[in-house]
Design a protein around this ligand. Structure first.
Ligand SMILES: Cc1cc2nc3c(=O)[nH]c(=O)nc-3n(C[C@H](O)[C@H](O)[C@H](O)COP(=O)(O)OP(=O)(O)OC[C@H]3O[C@@H](n4cnc5c(N)ncnc54)[C@H](O)[C@@H]3O)c2cc1C
Length: 464
């Protein structure tokens, strides 16, 4: 089908947020209040932090301040792949923290297990399915690269099935597949907006006070407290946790480590039984292909296909703007790639198209830290893999704020910071050069040019 026709009726909004399950907004903050812990940001980072703070100490007075609506940003509009990895994949972790990788993998699997337990304990209806992920190769060089780390992953306890082309197509039927892996435990599929709203409800049930449409404009340090100033009020807090993602940070130092990268996705209408049978997909895994510019895709509970990725767009100057959430050039490209992958679904239409902004840092996985004499903690830089890892980051923030030395806080990964991005205009030029080089590598059997090899040597990169 002509991609323009397939897209013709697609609404320009995130599918997950366009749901009857969306709760009514909570009140804004009017006036002054105080708290033992103030959490800024109502995405997964902030929600898990507030929830687990109350779990650790029910007597703690916790306030959460969200500038717009709970889960409106990345947390409510992503692919819904909750991954075990804390390091943006094993290869990245192995390269950066080889001596810690077995601990990091174990902590990541524990974290994902605990997400499943929390979903069950708070009865969060978010379509949680621990299906694992298929990593598919469509070119021989991708298969070679993928196979490089299978041994290490298995040594670390991961259940990796290596599938040839036929076995892969028996899982999900695409003529483009030549083989790959099924990582069985490393990933769960879920509806991210319903997870965010479920966490909001869980926080409220434990007594967290949540204020929506309450942006924090500034944070003032006083001898006795940290004062968070909002448009109509303020919070006098003993401790502050920042889960503000990629948005204008309240701590200037974070600016140097984060760049906003836009990622885009489409959602199809539900597949008929016949259409679904033509694809197989009985085990309902998440799927990601192994190109540098990769696609990620999955089934929803009602058997739609979410199809996203490929373009990771940095707009020069690093601005965040609502109009960047729509990019027709990318939507058409994604629709074309969809029909190449699933030619048997010709005629299937898309119902939603949207984009969202990702907090990208140069090491691709989150960084953590403290300021104001240890009274403020932050975690950011999840680089497109924060659905699971934000819960780990929330635990790190709570450990740091409590002044506790834990297995988490002693990790080199937690203690070290990423290499900062250079200031503009060098930043934009460097990122666009990197994007171009990545596209070239995909066209030339994965061969990395001098620019990418230099960045690799410096431990620097760009990803979504
Ligand atoms: C299209 C897309 C697809 C993705 N797919 C996946 C995926 O499949 N798997 C995966 O693991 N990750 C994925 N990600 C990434 C994942 O969504 C994020 O890593 C994760 O949601 C980050 O959560 P967060 O709470 O840190 O940030 P956010 O969800 O961005 O939340 C930050 C919140 O802080 C609020 N805020 C900021 N500043 C202030 C302030 N001063 N005062 C008050 N509130 C403030 C914002 O309004 C926002 O609600 C994807 C992202 C996108 C955009």
């Amino acid at each position: 089908m002509d991609p323009l026709k397939a897209l013709a009726d697609a609404e320009r909004k995130p599918y997950w947020l366009d749901s009857p399950a969306k709760p009514e907004p909570l009140a804004r903050l009017f006036g002054e209040t105080s708290a033992d812990l103030a959490v800024v940001g109502g995405g997964f980072s902030g929600l898990w932090t507030a929830l687990m703070a109350k779990e650790r100490d029910p007597s703690l007075d916790v306030v959460l301040l969200e500038g717009r609506r709970i889960g409106w940003a990345a947390s409510g509009r992503n692919g819904g792949f909750a991954m075990a990895t804390l390091t943006h994949g094993i290869a990245n972790g192995l390269e950066r923290w080889p001596e810690e990788i077995s601990t990091l993998e174990r902590l990541g699997v524990d974290n994902l297990d605990e997400i499943g337990e929390a979903v069950a304990a708070y009865d969060i209806d978010c379509g949680y399915e621990r299906t694992g992920e298929l990593h598919v190769a469509t070119e021989p060089w991708q298969l070679e690269e993928m196979n490089r780390n299978v041994g290490v992953a298995r040594d670390l306890g991961a259940r990796f099935d290596v599938l040839d082309g036929e076995q892969m197509r028996a899982e999900v039927n695409s003529p483009t597949y030549i083989g790959g892996h099924w990582e069985r435990d490393g990933c769960a599929m879920l509806d991210p907006a319903r997870l965010a709203w479920g966490l909001r409800q869980a926080c409220l049930s434990l007594g967290v006070r949540i204020y929506e449409r309450t942006p924090v404009r500034t944070m003032r340090d006083t001898p006795t407290s940290l004062d968070l100033i909002t448009p109509h009020g303020s919070v006098r807090a003993r401790r502050v946790a920042l889960g503000t993602g990629v948005f204008q940070p309240l701590l200037r130092r974070l600016k140097h480590f984060l760049v906003p990268v836009y990622d885009y996705a489409l959602m199809t209408e539900p597949l008929s039984d016949e259409q679904l049978a033509s694809v197989g997909w009985h085990n309902r895994q998440g799927v990601g292909d192994a190109a540098n510019q990769f696609h990620y895709y999955r089934l929803t509970e009602d058997n739609r296909i979410l199809w996203g990725g490929y373009d990771a767009v940095y707009y020069n100057g690093g601005m965040i703007k609502p109009e960047y959430e729509q990019r027709d050039e990318t939507f058409v490209k994604l629709a074309e790639h969809f029909s190449t992958t699933f030619p048997q679904l010709a005629g299937l239409r898309f119902t939603h198209r949207w984009g969202g902004v990702i907090d990208t840092c140069s090491r691709f996985s989150a960084f953590y830290g403290q300021s104001h004499g240890g009274r403020v903690a932050y975690a950011a830089g999840y680089t497109g893999m924060g659905v699971g890892a934000t819960r780990f980051g929330a635990n790190v923030m709570l450990d740091l704020l409590a002044g506790e030395r834990t297995e988490r806080t002693e990790l080199r990964m937690v203690k070290e910071k990423p290499v900062p991005f250079p200031p503009e205009p060098v930043r934009s030029a460097g990122i666009q050069m990197t994007r171009w080089s990545i596209a070239q590598a995909d066209l030339h059997q994965g061969r990395r040019n001098l620019w990418l090899r230099t960045l690799d040597r410096m431990g620097l990169g760009f990803d979504s």
